[in-house]
Design a binder for this molecule. Structure first.
Ligand code: NAD
Ligand code: DAU
Length: 339
């Protein structure tokens, strides 16, 4: 589908900023609008290089008024695609307090859906997660037909939002697709998540906290591959369909951490086993056959290539990492937006 404009929600976060960088590089003809509330996870410094190419709306997906401003910014009569990434995204935070997760992920998605339907958007991609399927044992893969069985307040709120997108399609013929992706890694990830956390800690010779026995398995995908998959769904996805996205790259956390330490030349003695995450899902692994067969997407980056790229990126971005870890990046917002 030939689009004139794309509205990205949550574009100042990890995947959103990588997605906007990709759009600006590869689709210079598109008008790109970014609606972001700039929560602790949103950082406009992630978008400095493409600032002039994007229109930023500082607003909340839970506010019909803010969403309306963002849709208007995409232009009258424009054939618009929406990529919905704004969310509370960290499992550990949802275990401490789930309220913001229900509010942004569930209520925010419904507000956005209603506004996008009224506005007549041409395509809507809801960026969801493999965590909605719950946990696997040692065998098997998640397919699009795996029943939803979320185990954390985060994944339950994402499953709720998936069902709202599904309902909008069935009830109103709304042109929404859902993607469910595995764990991403790459530049601009907030250092509360495992990979940037251990890179940052190891660089400073600090302990690396490993939950439980460290044998929890995730399927790691380079963020650029995820962005390309989202783009394929935006352009060629069939409304009402779900597409799983994964890297075919299962690794136990402990092995991932050891690979990072080897890359950094740091000792394994930094590894520190700590209390487990309550309700910790044992294993995620994705069957991404459908998106490959139907939309022609497969990952381009191997782990062997993209892990060193990622580690080197964080090593080079000392200032970015320090400003995020110290909270200084928030001052930029306060100066710009007075809050
Ligand atoms: P992130 O936490 O890095 O970024 C989230 C962004 O959303 C931030 O910029 C934040 O300011 C913004 N935001 C939060 N609440 C908002 C609100 N109410 N209104 C407007 N903006 C708001 O998240 P991420 O890791 O980039 O994930 C992006 C999306 O992809 C999420 O929906 C997540 O569930 C999904 N996902 C993430 C992964 C992963 O490995 N990180 C994997 C699969 C799916
Ligand atoms: O699977 C997709 C999901 O991946 C996304 O939907 C989420 O938004 C994203 O945060 C991620 O969720 P995880 O819980 O898998 O990611 P996290 O980086 O928090 O943890 C990865 C694994 O590492 C998990 O098994 C928990 C473990 N872990 C995590 C942290 C932060 C540790 O052992 N120590 C830690 O300090």
């Amino acid at each position: 589908m030939a689009l004139d404009s794309v509205l990205v929600t949550g574009g100042a976060g990890f995947i959103g900023s990588n997605f906007i960088h990709m759009l600006c590089e590869e689709r210079p003809e598109l008008r790109v609008v970014n609606l972001d509330a700039l929560t602790y996870a949103g950082n406009l410094a992630n978008l400095t290089a493409v600032e002039d190419r994007t229109h930023f709306v500082h607003g909340d997906v839970r506010s019909a008024e803010d969403v309306g401003k963002a849709l208007d910014a995409a232009g009258e009569g424009s054939k618009m695609g929406v990529v919905h990434m704004a969310a509370e995204s960290h499992v550990d935070r949802s275990i401490i307090d789930g309220e913001a997760f229900v509010s942004t992920n569930v209520v925010g998605t419904q507000v956005l859906l209603d506004a996008c339907r009224a506005h007549g958007v041409a395509r809507f991609v809801h960026v969801s997660t493999d965590e909605v399927y719950g946990s696997l044992g040692s065998e098997g893969l998640f397919t699009e037909r795996t029943p939803l069985a979320p185990n954390s307040p985060y994944s339950a709120s994402k499953a709720g939002s998936d069902l709202l997108v599904r309902a909008a399609f069935h009830t109103h013929g709304f042109p929404g697709c859902i993607t469910r992706c595995s764990n991403n890694y790459g530049p601009y990830q907030f250092p509360e998540k495992l990979l940037p956390l251990i890179i940052a800690n190891a660089q400073e010779d600090r302990d690396l906290p490993i939950y439980g026995d460290g044998m929890y398995v995730r399927d790691w995908l380079y963020v650029r591959d995820h962005c390309e998959a989202i783009s394929a769904v935006l352009e060629r996805g069939v409304p009402g369909e779900v597409y799983n996205i994964g890297g075919n790259n299962e690794l136990a956390n402990l092995n991932l951490v050891k690979r990072v330490l080897a890359e950094l030349g740091k000792p394994e003695s930094l590894i520190t086993f700590v209390d487990d995450r309550p309700g910790h899902d044992r294993r995620y692994a994705i069957d991404a056959g459908k998106i490959g067969r139907e939309l022609g997407w497969t990952p381009r980056f191997t782990f062997e290539r993209a892990l060193p790229l990622t580690v080197r990126w964080y090593q080079a971005q000392v200032e970015w990492l320090q400003s995020v870890r110290s909270g200084d990046y928030r001052d930029y917002y306060r100066r710009q937006y007075g809050r």
